[in-house]
Design a protein around this ligand. Sequence first.
Ligand code: BGC
Ligand code: NOJ
Length: 805
Amino acid sequence: MKFGHFDDEAREYVITTPRTPYPWINYLGTEEFFGLISNTGGGYSFYRDARMRRLTRYRYNNMPIDVGGRYYYINDGGDVWSPSWSPVQADLDFFETRHGLSYTSITGERNNVRVETVHFVPLETNAEVHRVRITNTGDTPKSLKLFSFAEFNLWNAFDDQTNYQRNLSLPEAEVEGSAIYHTTEYRERRNHYAVYGVNSEIAGFDTDRDSFVGLYNGLDAPEAVTEGECRNSMVSGWAAIGSHQVNVELAPGEQRDLVFVLGYLENPPEDKWESPGVVNKEPARALLARFATSGQVDDALAALRTYWDGMLGAYNVDSGDERVDRMVNIWNPYQCMVTFNMSRSASYFETGIGRGMGFRDSNQDLLGFVHLVPERARERILDIAATQFPDGSAYHQYQPLTKRGNDEVGTGFNDDPLWLIEGVAAYIKETGDTAILGEDVPFDNDAEDSGTLFEHLRRSFHHVLHNRGPHGLPLIGRADWNDCLNLNCFSETPGESFQTTENKDGGTAESVFIAGLFVHSAPDYAAMAEMVGEQAEADAARVSASEMSAVVLEHGWDGDWFVRAYDFFGNKVGSAENDEGQIYIEPQGFCVMAGIGVETGEAERALDSVGEILDSDHGIVLLQPAYTSYHIELGEISTYPPGYKENGGIFCHNNPWVAIGETKLGRGDKAFEYWEKIAPAFREDISEVHRLEPYVYAQMIAGKDAPKHGEAKNSWLTGTAAWNFVAITQHIFGVRPEFDGLRVEPILPSHMAELSVSRRCRGAEYRITVGGGESPGVRVDGVPIEGTVIPYATAGETVDVEVSI
Ligand code: BGC
Ligand code: NOJ
C-alpha cells in the first residue's frame, strides 16, 4: 500500500495523506542552518549544532506523535484549521505534501480556502523561509485571520529540556514592526538571537506562550486562534513563542502571498546593542529585506534548484528501471548529503542532543558524499583527523559547533582509526588532491602537537598493529563497527551505558571484522604512503596485510563462514560452536570485500552461507540465531529483543557490504537482489509494512525473529545511505574512481542488458554505455584499452566510454 508517489520530474515525493504510517520527514538547509520538517509541518530548526544552537522547540515521544513545529492557522469566520492538517487536525478537502530536495511544500484546502506553504532554507542563508500562498478558490469573498506559530528553544536543547528551575525565569523577546525577536540570554554571554518576521502589516502578535495558547489548551486549539485575536503579549519568563496575526481579505479567485522568515543572527561582541538594553537588529533587518517579496522567494528557490542540478549532475544513470534511477539519481545522493551534514545528530529517531559527529560515521558518510562537494569533504576530513589522539585512537564523536572531541562518549572503539584511511582514500581518488596528505593537523585539537595528515593515517594503521590479541587478530576495545558487541564491558548495572562504562581489565577480545577492515584499507594506505615517498612503509603495510589475511584464514575461519570475534576469555563469537549468534554478517561482507579467501574458496562459501542462513524477504539479518537472553560477556547486542537492531535486525548498513562482496565474486544477480531488497523505492508498495519514508533508507528493518518482521525504524541518519550508493554506483554499475583512473567494470544482474551512466570526475565528464558487444572490453573514444581503468582526462573534457560485457 502506498501513501503517495514519486514525481521524478520535479524530484519530489508527493504524500497525499496526513496519516502516513509514521511522520515522513524532510530536511531543509544545505550548509549551516537546518530544519527538520514532517509531512504535517512538525519539526524544528537549528544553526550548525542541533544541541547547542537550537532555535525552536520540539518534544520527542509526544502524543500525538508529531506535534510541535512552525505552524500556520486559519480562522475563517470561526472555523479554525491548519493547512498542514496538524496541529488542529480538522478535515481537509485537499491535502498534499511535496518533499523535494531541501524544501517541502504543504498544501491544505478547506471551505474554498487553499493554503500552500513552501518551506526552505535559501542558499548561504541562516534562516528558514516559509512562503504562505493563500487562495480563495470559491465564489464569495473571504475574510480570514492567519496566525503563525513557532515556539522558541532556549538554545541548548539539552538544558532546555532539563533545567526548568533556571529556564522558566529566562525567556525574553522584543518586537519591532512585524518582526519578533527571541533574545533569551542575549543580555549575558550570547551574541546571537532569532528573528521571526513577515513581509506584511500585522494585526497583532504574541511572544508569551501561555497567553497565546492558554495554559490548559493544546496546540490544536490555541485560545488566541479560536478567539480570533492575538494578545500582543510580551514574554517575561516561562516560555517564548512567536506568533503573528495577519488579517487577509480575498475576493473570489484572489491569491495573496505572505513571506515569513525564521532566522539566526549573530552580532560581534562590541556591536551587541543598538542602545542600552536594545538588541542590535541590523543583521536581522538585512535578512528580512532579502525576502521581502514573493519574487525574491522565487529567485531563491530557483537558485536552490540550480544548486541541486549541479550536484546531481555528478552521477546519472539510465538503467531502464525508474525505481533504480530515482534512487541513484535523486534520493540516495540526497540522503548522502543529509547524513554528511547531520551525521547521527538530528532526526525523528535522534534527538539532536545525544550524538554529535561520529568519527566512524562521518568517514563513511564521506564515501557517498565526496563526489558531490569535494571541498566540503576535505574540510570534514581535517576536522575529523584533528580529534584523533596521538596514539592513533580517536574520540568516537565530536560536536560540530566546537569541533572538539566529545568527552561524554570518549574513545576505545578500535575500528575508528581505520575509517579515516578509508575516508581519505575516497577523497583522493575522487579529487587527485594528494596535497591533503601533507596538511598539518593537530592531535586531540592541541595545536602544540600536530603532524601531517599522512602521519595521522600512519598512527591509525599502526594502532591496529600495536593492539593485537593472542591469535594475532586486532583487539576489539570497547566495540568495533558493531557498537553493541561489547566484549569487555561485563555490565550488570541496569541502565548503564554500554558505550561509556568502564571496561574490565585484562581482556584480549579480538575482532575478525577489524581484521577485514584492516586488510581492506591496507592497499590504499600503502598507495598513499608511496604518494608521500614512504616506500618502506608501503611495502611493510602490504606485508602486514597479507599476514593479517593469513591470520583470518587460520583463526577467523569457522568452516562455512568467517568467525565474528574472540571474547574476553578467548571463546569464539559467531561460530557454529555457539548456541545462538552462530553467524554474523559483518565479517562475511568485509572479509570478502577485502579479498580474503576469494582465491581459495572461503569467500564464496561465506557468502553462500549468508544467502542460506541470514537472508530474508526483507533483507539480510545481522546474525542468526538471535540471542534470546542477556549475555554479560557480549554486552548490548543481547539486550535487544530477538530480531531488532544489532540482535538480528536487518541492519541496512552492512547489507551492501555483502552486495559488494558478491560483485567481487562476479555474481551480479545476487548483488543486485541484495541491493534491491532494501532500497526504499522498491519497498514503496509495502509502505504499510515498512512504515517509514519510501524515499530514504532506514538504519534497521526488523528481522525474521521479530514479530514485526519488515517494519523499519531509524530512517535518514545511517551509513546505509553512503554504502548503498557505493554498492550500486561503484560496484554493480562498476564506475569507481581509483588513484590512477576511473575504473569501469560493471557486474550487472542478468536482466539488465544495457545501461548508461554519466559521471563527472575531476572536472571531466565520462559518458559510459554498457551493453553487449562482439567481444568483451572497454573502448575509450572508440579506441579499445587494456583492462578497465580509464586514465583521468583533463578537466573540461568529455570522454565516451563503451563497455561490452
Ligand atoms: C545502538 C547502536 C548505536 C549505539 C550508539 C546502540 O544502542 O543499538 O546502533 O550505534 O547505541 O549510540
Ligand atoms: C549506528 C552507529 O551510528 C554506527 O556507528 C554503528 O556502526 C552502527 N550503529 C552499528 O552498531
